[in-house]
Write a protein that binds this ligand. Structure first.
Ligand SMILES: [Fe+2]
Ligand SMILES: [Fe+2]
Length: 241
């Protein structure tokens, strides 16, 4: 009797799991095309903003990728990562509303122009929030992507952990991407990842969350070590051939 009961329970369990798997794939089939369309839309808007900012590269997509690596290292869950990546793709969307000469100035900005530039996180937040209650934390992350760990950022002068972790990650990722790409107005161009890391480390605890800089350093040093190991392996293979 107990054996029959056990067998019956097992059969029911298998049937239930099969049904759940079927439902999961059915749902996935329905949702996947919408997710793809959403991603395409996001990347279209992002590349428009990149152009307006004068980037020749896919800066916003690069920021989203760095955010993903940093977010995983910092222990964000899947939902938080999704939200952060969306905010990264749209972080400077408010700049669409600014005059072109403010975005790509030929001379240093005057106080009024600086005020306008500093309004872009608020413009982004405002327009993404408008008529959209389900847009979760994306607008808030965008609002705070220029806050600094030492409280000298904008628009709210938030300090340290007052700034949500996702916004701190986005601020760091934005700086990494900007430093990795040559910008015409910048006097100093960085020579590579090591120099960028050195610069970030010198601003840890001032502009950036020191723990996030430490995590980025760990990732970069691991990348560099792996690349050296791979290069040595290739050299050995060439010698042997
Ligand atoms: Fe920005
Ligand atoms: Fe940016």
């Amino acid at each position: 009797m107990p054996t029959t009961f056990l067998n019956l329970s097992l059969i029911l369990l298998v049937v239930l799991l099969t049904w759940l798997a079927y439902k999961y794939f059915e749902l996935h089939e329905i949702v996947a095309p919408y997710q793809k369309r959403y991603k395409h839309l996001l990347s279209g808007i992002a590349s428009m903003v990149d152009r307006i900012e004068g980037y020749n590269v896919r800066h916003s997509a690069e920021v989203a990728k760095i955010c993903e690596r940093l977010g995983i290292a910092a222990g964000l869950n899947l939902m938080q990562l999704q939200t952060l990546k969306t905010a990264a793709m749209l972080h400077d969307v408010g700049e669409i509303l600014l005059p072109a000469d403010v975005l790509n100035p030929e001379k240093p900005l005057d106080p009024e122009e600086l005020f306008l530039i500093r309004a872009h996180p608020l413009l982004g937040e405002l327009h993404l929030k408008k008529d959209n209650d389900i847009c979760d934390e994306v607008p808030a992350i965008i609002r705070w992507h220029h806050e600094r760990w030492d409280g000298l950022g904008y628009p709210d002068n938030l300090k340290g952990e007052e700034i949500p972790k996702s916004a701190r990650i986005l601020a760091l990722a934005d700086a990494i991407s900007a430093m990795s790409n040559n910008r015409p107005y910048r006097k100093h161009q960085y020579s590579g990842r090591e120099e960028i890391l050195f610069e970030l480390e010198s601003h840890a605890g001032l502009q950036f969350d020191p723990e996030l800089v430490r995590l980025w350093g760990k990732l970069i040093r691991k990348d560099l070590a792996e690349e050296i190991a791979e290069k040595l392996k290739q050299d050995d293979e060439e010698v042997e051939a």
